[in-house]
Design a protein. Structure first.
Length: 421
């Protein structure tokens, strides 16, 4: 088995020591983790996902994945192990646990939130069936013995033909949180977790004609306008968009994320909340149009080809540093929502769920909806909670009841890059 890398290349060169391009999913279960049962559950789970059991190798000017038959590492420490290293048996994902907490770490170039959720669904099914000696429904769960279609394996971007030309747009200067508040990015990123009752927040969204992703994006926009009512800079939020629908590849496992760009302009600020929500929804719908999404895919594909055309790792790293610098200066914040978790009947055993990821922009809000609760992980590149407080005030002013957990340093697994053996 040999797979040529394509969508994985940019994330690979985007990964740095202080900001590994990875996803860390942290779950607190009802009871202490049974390591013996977890070992069996992980082995069963990874048998179902052979395209994640791979070893990264350099091949000429590019990279390939080859089959990795070594066991997936399970570490009894929440610190985890370094991915793509001897510590992880050269795998690009691993699991760890401590007390009642269970963690999955995975390289973000291997998959995105939607792909990671599939693995979690399978893992929770196998683990909870054995841990609690119950028979759970298999509806919507990928299991060992399933026929794995080519659509799950193949990269739809590599297969895509006649993609539309990337769209060109002249963007106005954005408001950047760190610059606006004179905050210096620190070595560590910080996370403030905001908990909302799912029923209450969904009711609020529906009453105002919104969905969780657009509503959180709007509330973040409003909180920035609250802090800077007279700014001439654009208050711009990027809401993540799943590209699978536009690529006609709903089963694809790769990292396939684009973005809808939401501007909170002067005209919008004058409108009541429900009309603002509708405007944001209209803008998301327009930018989720197949042609526009595929235009974004084409842009990334072209960028990947340009990157691979560079002859040395040093040149590629320099190119990606410039790309990331531009991305960090494009918008105030990024909002990501995979959708309701739908982890099946095993979901009732999950007390807390957090999804942390690598960040490029100053602020990232990762929304999770698990077991009757929304968790908004508010990740930022500085310690002072000036923007968090404004966002929480926006929630309070709209009658949204929340619980704020203690601040944490956002920790992600280290990744050994192939040009540093």
């Amino acid at each position: 088995m040999e797979q040529k890398l394509f969508t994985e290349v940019i994330p690979l060169y985007r990964s740095h020591k202080n900001n590994p391009y990875a996803i860390r999913i942290r779950m607190q279960l009802q009871d202490a983790i049974d390591s013996t049962i977890l070992r069996r559950a992980v082995d069963n789970t990874m048998e179902r996902y052979p395209y994640f059991c791979v070893k990264l190798q350099v091949r000429g000017a590019g990279f390939i994945f080859t089959e990795n038959r070594e066991p997936i590492v399970i570490c009894d420490s929440l610190q985890g192990v370094t991915l793509n290293s001897p510590e992880s048996n050269a795998h690009l994902l691993s699991f760890s646990y401590q007390d009642d907490w269970l963690v999955m770490d995975i390289f973000h170039g291997l998959t995105d939130g939607a792909g990671a959720y599939e693995v979690i669904r399978t893992l929770l099914y196998y683990y909870c069936c054995q841990r609690y000696k119950v028979t759970l429904s298999t509806a919507g769960i990928r299991l060992v013995g399933d026929k794995i279609s080519q659509e799950e394996w193949e990269c739809p971007v590599m297969k895509a033909r006649e993609l539309p030309n990337p769209r060109r747009h002249e963007w106005t200067k954005p408001l950047l949180p760190s610059i606006a508040a004179n905050l210096q990015p620190e070595r560590a990123d910080y996370v403030y977790s905001i908990l909302l009752a799912e029923d209450d927040f969904m009711r609020f969204c529906k009453e105002n004609g919104g969905s969780p992703g657009t509503m959180v994006s709007l509330l973040m926009s409003r909180s920035l306008a609250r802090l800077y009512p007279h700014t001439s800079e654009s208050i711009r939020i990027v809401l993540c968009v799943n590209q699978r629908k536009a690529l006609h590849a709903p089963l694809a496992h790769q990292s396939l994320v684009g973005g809808a760009f939401l501007e909170y302009d002067e005209q919008l600020r004058k409108l009541p909340l429900p009309e603002q929500v509708q405007a944001y929804r209209n803008r998301v719908a327009m930018q989720a149009n197949e042609e526009i999404v595929l235009s974004g895919v084409a842009h990334t594909a072209n960028l990947t080809k340009m990157l691979l055309a560079k002859e040395t790792h040093k040149e590629r790293l320099e190119m990606m540093a410039k790309v990331d610098e531009a991305a960090n200066h494009f918008a105030a914040a990024n909002v990501s929502y995979v959708g309701k978790a739908n982890f099946g009947e095993a979901e009732k055993y999950v007390k807390e769920f957090h999804a942390w990821s690598a960040t490029v922009m100053d602020i990232t809000l990762q929304i999770s909806a698990v077991n009757g609760r929304f968790t908004l992980d508010f990740m930022q590149k500085f310690q002072r909670p000036v923007y968090l407080k404004a966002f929480l005030q926006e929630l309070a002013d709209n009658g949204i009841v929340y619980e704020l957990q203690d601040k944490q340093i956002r920790s992600l697994p280290a990744i050994r890059v192939p040009w540093k053996s």
